[in-house]
Each structure stands twice: as structure tokens, then as C-alpha cells.
Design a protein around this ligand. Structure first.
Ligand code: AMP
Length: 711
């Protein structure tokens, strides 16, 4: 240090040297990470970094946050701060095959009056990220979140080696207003190699592995300790800017060039296409190349190249109309099926599950796949020992398509459906109305575990922190037999609960008081949940979220439901004979009655709340008019139910779209009302936004779908 410092007589000299070193390091980082074209050896690069560190140690007053030595630092704390995106971060509509893609292109062609020039990019399977630069310096990084609000992950994104802490000077040439803030967008992802290394390390440490690189990337970005993120070897590809008007570029292609010149990591596999043939050629080529790339992709994003044309096409509430994601077809792989095991569900349904030699399908390792029911196993004629075809598309649950008969070993075993429950040994019952086999024992531990899990789950009582591992431990210890037992748990006993992890001496790590106190608080909070949640949480057969909501509206309390006859129950909207019978049977079973009584004594709410009834709610939507179109899929709500809930918040719901309509809610397969909304510039909300609105009582801020489709 002394030696270095002596070389620089004055503080100015030192400052000059430090700045020169920083520029040199930034240049070589760019060559290495963004261009994949290193000009110097790793050793020489390390030497430059070492000199900079030494100089900064001697002149700490010259350290700035954008120095390459300052990537890792700070601690996120308990929670990520939320960031309101100035411009919404959109999702993309999908084309599931080339025909759908052609249809979309034809629509754009019609709207613009000519075949558009298209910019084709790889669809990187990572997590959306927004990087904000002010005066060229990175000041903030945020996740997409729900598109309107994301999380501040600046400290973590600073550690990602290919994210420049300051932009290259070239960036300023392209700016409309040199000092303006720029929000650049792209994808942060985990290269396949880093993912494999991370999972191998997790396996060695006996920790849970990540399902796929996308989850691993999203999880790594949301670490409390930036040191952990730094160790995960994340990378980025940037491809967008929040406000195109900030730049002097006129097309997506030029934007990518500008981003590259500004120092950001831009994917090199892009092309422009002017014909359908060119589009098809690029897309099919990528399907073939997919395996060979060092990172995961799940499709090709096709964007209208010209910014002017993009503006003409505009946005829906969810996605741009000038871009579409062509999704790769589901992947199929072959692997050996070692066994068929039986899983016991919450209501006693027994599901055969294929136990597979682990195989990577569509980006994640699959070692188990559902076989649905015994009839399916028989119909598909899959036998233990067979080589089977496994199929998976994106997030969908993997399934076994069938056996490869030519590879069937001689000793392949025909699976016999169980005659007794694998968990409790009681005889299996075949329901004449269903294909499913069932265990009808009340004391079945596997069912008990599933029921306990369901009670604590997010859609039911939402007991934060009560995960599978803790529930399983408590069941093993005999402390949890039914859902009422939750409320007798004490902080002390939870604190002493052994986890799956062990310390240096091989002793199991205890849960500890901090976690235990949080669990007790979460249990306490769950006592005040709505009546519908309680009804859903009890896990009565055929009673899901929607039926529970309908019941909680129709009956003021548990007592009233218990007093109701089967016929009366069947008259509740959406209930019917079968469901009413199931509810009545459940509520006439003495064991269940005793659980309900114990829950009540523990203070769990057993009566309809304002949330259940919907009235007395703040009339935050009064003065607004809504029209519903299409089918609501995610929530399973009927349009009437949705209308009822909107009215409960003061909204007016009508049947036809006019200029006076405030919002149109478009479910799946929305029809002419949607088109009319677009024509009139009425904002359109999708189902996710509707649910958010019902939850918060506040309509989202939307840009009206101003650009009418030309006739
Ligand atoms: P999805 O999440 O399936 O609706 O797909 C939309 C997401 O794809 C966007 O929010 C981006 O995070 C991501 N994506 C990946 N690569 C690209 C790309 N080249 N252009 C635009 N979006 C992309």
C-alpha cells in the first residue's frame, strides 16, 4: 500500500489513477461478461482489482458506490422495500404453436395495413428485473412483483457481475435528455452450470434443491444477504426500456444495439424477420438449439420492431399487443419407472404415482409423476420396470404418457391397485360414482397430515411459517392429530422442536424462540380468519373455496349450518345434492363435531364476518361501473359471484359496454364486449387484476386501451 501510494505525489494523482483503474476494470468486465471476448488474462484482471483495492484503502475518501470494488455490501434487513413501477411491467401473451403465432402476426398485419418488420429474441427463463440508472449510475434494481409494485433488490443486483454499476459513455450519446433517469429492463437468470453446482452443493449439505434455474434465479435475487446472491453466479440479459421516449432510438433492434453500447449484457441471438418463413425458421431452429445453450429458454419473443408501430398497437391491461411469446412445445423424455407408489390425499383419495429414474424435462428434474388413478394405469398399460415417456410443459405437473413397449423387460410387473391404505392399513373402498380408490378411515395418519397441511395453507387459514417439515415433526411426536391441536401448541415446545438440519456435531438444530414466537403469533392471527376460510380449512369433501364462500354467505354461523337439513343445504347456490350430503355427513360425525367444538373453545371464528357478508365493507368502488365478459378460470367464480362481490364494494355492474363503463373485466375467451371496450378505450382488467381489486378494494391504475383496432 505504502509502495503504491508513494508513486502518486498528490491526491489528484491518486484520484486520476483510481479513476483510470476503474475504467480499465469496467472495460475488461464488459469484454468478459457482456461480449464474451476477454482481452486480458484472469490473473491480469485480478491484479488491476488488487491495485484498485489498495489505492482505495489508502484513500478511503475516494471510494464511491459505483467503484467495481463496491459490488457486495449492506444487508437487506427484514423485508424488501416495495417499489412502485413508474410504467407497468407487463407480461406477454402466448402463442402455443406456430399456427397461433401466424394468427397473431396476421392480426398485426391487418391492424397496421402491412406485414410488420419483426424483431425475434430468445425468451429467457429467468426472472424479470428493472435497473434504474441516474446520471449513468445504477441507483435501483426492482423485481416485477405484480407488475405495478415490485421489490427493491438493489443490493443483490449490484453483486451480479454483468450488471454495470455505471453505464459506458456511449450511453449518453443516445439520450434525449442527458441527466434523465433511465429504467432498463430484462431478465436475470441462472446459467445451467451455476444451477447444477448450486444443487449439487445443496444435496451434499442435505438441503432442499431448487426445482429449476428460474426458481433458483428468483430465489437468489431475493436473498437477505447480498453475499449469498453474489455466490450464486447470476447473469442478466437486458432487452427493454420503460420509457422509449428517453432514447433517440426508433426500434427494438436499435434499442438492443444501444443497450449493448451502453455496457449492458444483451443476448446475441436476435434477428429481424420480414416474412413468415423467416419467423418459422428462427423459431424452429431455437427449439433444436435449446439443449445446447448454457442457459434455459422457454420460447421465442416476437416483437414488432418499429416503436411507432408499437405505439399504434398499444397494450391490453396485461400485455403489449405488439409482442407475443412463442412457447416451445412441451418436452417429452423417456426414463425408467422403478415403481408405482400410492399417495393418500386429504379426503382419502389414493393416487398412484410413478417413481422414476430422475430425468430433466423442460428445465426441471422429474423423479415422480402422477398416474391419476388405477384405471389410467390399466388403460396406459404401464408396468413397473417399463421405460416410459414423461411429458412436461413449463409449470405443469409432469405426467406419464405411456410405456415404450419395445423396451419392456421380461420381468416387468403389472401393478396391482392397493386393497388396503398404505398409511393406515384399513381396507380400500371403491366409490361407485368415481374412478378413485379411497381410504375412509378416520384415523389414517396420511390423511391427517394432508388435512393439517390444508388447514394451515394460504387458501385456508394462512398460518405463516407452518410448513410441511414442522407439521410432519409434530405429527410424528403425536402433538398434532387434528386441526384443533394447532391451538394448544406453546412457544416453548415449538422452540425445542428438532428440525431436519443438524449442527457441526451432528445434533439436530432446534427451531428456536424467534421462529416459535412467530408461529404462535401466526396461529393467534389465524383465529380471526373469515368463516369461509374456516369452512374451507375443515377439508369437507367437495367443499372448496367457492362453496365455502357461498355457505358463509347463506349461514351466519357454524351452529346454523349444523342445524340445517340436507335439503336446505342443497338449496345454497352452487351446493346441490351431492355436496349437501357430504357436508351433512361430515357435520354429523361425532369426531368432527368434537374438533369443531375444540376450535371454537380455542377462539377460532365460527361465524360470518363482514368479509364473508360483503356488506358493511367500505364502498371504495362506488360511482364505478363494471362489465364482465368471458369465463373466470383461476378463481372458479361465476360471473354472478364476481358481480356480487363488486357490488358489495359499491360498484355498479351492467351488461353492456358504453363510454360510461369504467372497467371491463375480461376472463378467458372474452367476446364482443372486450372488442367494444378496446374500441371505446375503456380499460380492460384481467382476472388477476379483478382478484387484486376485490382483495384491496382499489381499482388498479391502468392505461386505457386507447388504440382502437382499425376496422
Ligand atoms: P410470462 O411470464 O410467461 O408471461 O412471460 C413474460 C416474461 O417473459 C416477461 O415478463 C419477461 O420477464 C420474460 N422474458 C424473457 N425473455 C424476454 C424477451 N426477450 N423479451 C421480453 N420478455 C422476455
Amino acid at each position: 500500500m505504502q509502495h503504491q501510494d508513494k508513486l502518486f505525489a498528490s491526491a489528484e494523482d491518486a484520484a486520476c489513477r483510481i479513476e483510470a483503474l476503474r475504467r480499465e476494470i469496467e472495460h475488461h468486465s464488459y469484454q468478459y461478461y457482456a461480449l464474451d471476448a476477454p482481452e486480458i488474462s484472469d490473473a491480469a484482471f485480478d491484479s488491476l482489482m488488487r491495485e484498485l483495492r489498495e489505492m482505495e484503502a489508502a484513500h478511503p475518501e475516494l471510494i464511491v458506490p459505483t467503484s467495481p470494488t463496491q459490488r457486495v455490501g449492506g444487508y437487506v434487513g427484514e423485508q424488501f422495500a416495495s417499489v412502485a413501477h413508474e410504467q407497468r411491467m407487463y407480461s406477454l401473451d402466448n402463442a402455443m404453436n406456430l399456427d397461433e403465432l401466424d394468427e397473431w402476426i396476421a392480426g398485426v398485419h391487418k391492424a397496421l395495413g402491412h406485414f410488420p418488420e419483426l424483431c425475434l429474441e430468445l425468451k429467457i427463463d429467468g426472472s424479470s428485473i428493472a435497473l434504474t440508472y441516474e446520471q449513468g449510475n445504477l441507483v435501483r434494481a426492482a423485481t416485477r412483483g405484480d407488475g405495478v409494485t415490485g421489490e427493491d433488490v438493489t443490493l443483490n443486483m449490484r453483486t451480479v457481475a454483468d450488471v454495470p454499476l455505471r453505464l459506458r459513455e456511449h450511453a449518453f450519446e443516445g439520450l434525449v435528455e442527458p441527466g434523465a433517469a433511465l429504467e432498463l429492463r430484462g431478465e436475470v437468470y441462472m446459467p445451467k452450470k451455476s444451477f447444477d453446482a448450486l444443487n449439487a452443493a445443496a444435496e451434499r449439505a442435505g438441503k432442499q434443491q431448487f426445482a429449476n434455474p428460474r426458481n433458483a434465479a428468483a430465489g437468489s435475487v431475493r436473498q437477505k444477504d447480498p453475499m449469498v446472491t453474489a455466490s450464486r453466479n447470476l447473469s442478466t440479459f437486458m432487452y427493454a426500456i420503460a420509457d422509449q421516449r428517453a432514447l433517440k432510438v426508433r426500434s427494438q433492434w436499435e434499442l438492443l444495439e444501444w443497450l449493448r453500447r451502453a455496457g449492458l449484457h444483451v443476448n446475441p441471438d436476435v434477428t429481424r424477420a420480414k416474412t413468415l418463413e423467416e419467423v418459422h425458421e428462427f423459431c424452429t431452429k431455437q427449439i433444436e438449439r435449446r439443449q445446447d445453450l448454457p442457459y434455459e429458454i422457454d420460447g421465442v419473443v416476437v416483437k414488432v420492431n418499429s416503436f411507432t408501430e408499437q405505439t399504434v398497437l398499444g397494450f391490453t391491461s396485461r400485455a403489449p399487443k405488439w409482442a407475443i411469446a412463442f412457447k416451445f412445445p412441451p418436452e417429452e423424455k423417456t426414463t425408467v419407472m422403478h415403481d408405482i407408489t400410492v399417495q393418500v390425499g386429504r379426503t382419502g383419495v389414493l393416487t398412484p404415482v410413478a417413481e422414476l429414474e430422475p430425468v430433466v424435462v423442460a428445465g426441471s428434474t422429474v423423479s415422480r409423476a402422477t398416474l391419476h388413478n388405477a384405471e389410467e394405469v390399466h388403460r396406459k398399460d404401464v408396468r413397473i420396470g417399463d421405460t416410459v415417456i414423461v411429458r412436461k410443459a413449463g409449470d405443469v405437473i409432469p405426467e406419464v404418457l405411456g410405456p415404450v413397449l419395445s423396451l419392456r423387460p421380461e420381468n416387468a410387473l403389472v401393478w396391482q391397485p392397493p386393497t388396503v391404505c398404505p398409511s393406515c392399513g384399513s381396507p380400500v373402498v371403491t366409490d361407485p360414482e368415481e374412478v378413485a380408490l379411497r381410504c375412509v378411515s378416520i384415523d389414517c395418519p396420511a390423511q391427517a397430515f394432508e388435512r393439517l397441511r390444508h388447514w394451515a395453507s394460504r387458501q385456508a387459514m394462512d398460518i405463516e411459517g407452518m410448513g410441511n417439515e414442522i407439521i410432519r415433526r409434530l405429527v410424528e411426536l403425536g402433538r398434532l392429530n387434528d386441526v384443533a391441536d394447532y391451538y394448544s401448541l406453546t412457544e416453548d415446545e415449538l422452540a425445542h422442536l428438532a428440525t431436519n438440519r443438524s449442527d457441526g456435531e451432528g445434533e439436530p438444530v432446534k427451531l428456536g424462540h424467534t421462529v416459535a414466537a412467530k408461529l404462535v403469533a401466526a396461529l393467534e392471527a389465524s383465529k380471526g380468519r373469515s368463516f369461509a376460510r374456516v369452512l374451507n380449512g375443515l377439508g369437507m369433501r367437495h367443499v372448496g373455496k367457492n362453496t365455502a364462500v357461498a355457505l358463509a354467505r347463506a349461514y351466519p354461523s357454524m351452529e346454523a349450518i349444523m342445524d340445517a337439513s340436507e335439503e336446505q343445504l342443497a338449496r345454497v347456490e352452487g351446493v346441490g345434492d351431492v355436496v349437501a350430503h357430504s357436508i351433512a355427513t361430515f357435520l354429523r360425525t361425532p369426531d368432527n363435531v368434537s374438533v369443531i367444538e375444540r376450535l371454537q373453545r380455542a377462539g377460532v371464528n365460527m361465524a360470518a364476518t363482514q368479509e364473508d357478508l360483503g356488506d358493511g365493507l367500505p364502498q371504495t368502488l362506488s360511482g364505478l361501473t363494471f362489465v364482465l365478459t368471458g369465463t373466470l378460470v383461476e378463481s372458479g367464480m361465476s360471473r354472478d359471484q364476481a358481480a356480487e362481490r363488486l357490488s358489495a364494494l359499491g360498484a355498479k355492474v351492467t351488461n353492456s359496454v358504453s363510454k360510461k363503463t369504467s372497467y371491463v373485466i375480461a376472463g378467458e375467451a372474452a367476446g364482443s364486449k372486450y372488442d367494444k371496450a378496446v374500441k371505446l378505450g375503456v380499460p380492460v382488467l384481467d382476472e388477476a387484476q379483478l382478484l387484486e381489486l376485490l382483495e384491496t378494494g382499489q381499482p388498479p391504475v391502468t392505461e386505457p386501451a386507447t388504440q382502437a383496432d382499425p376496422q
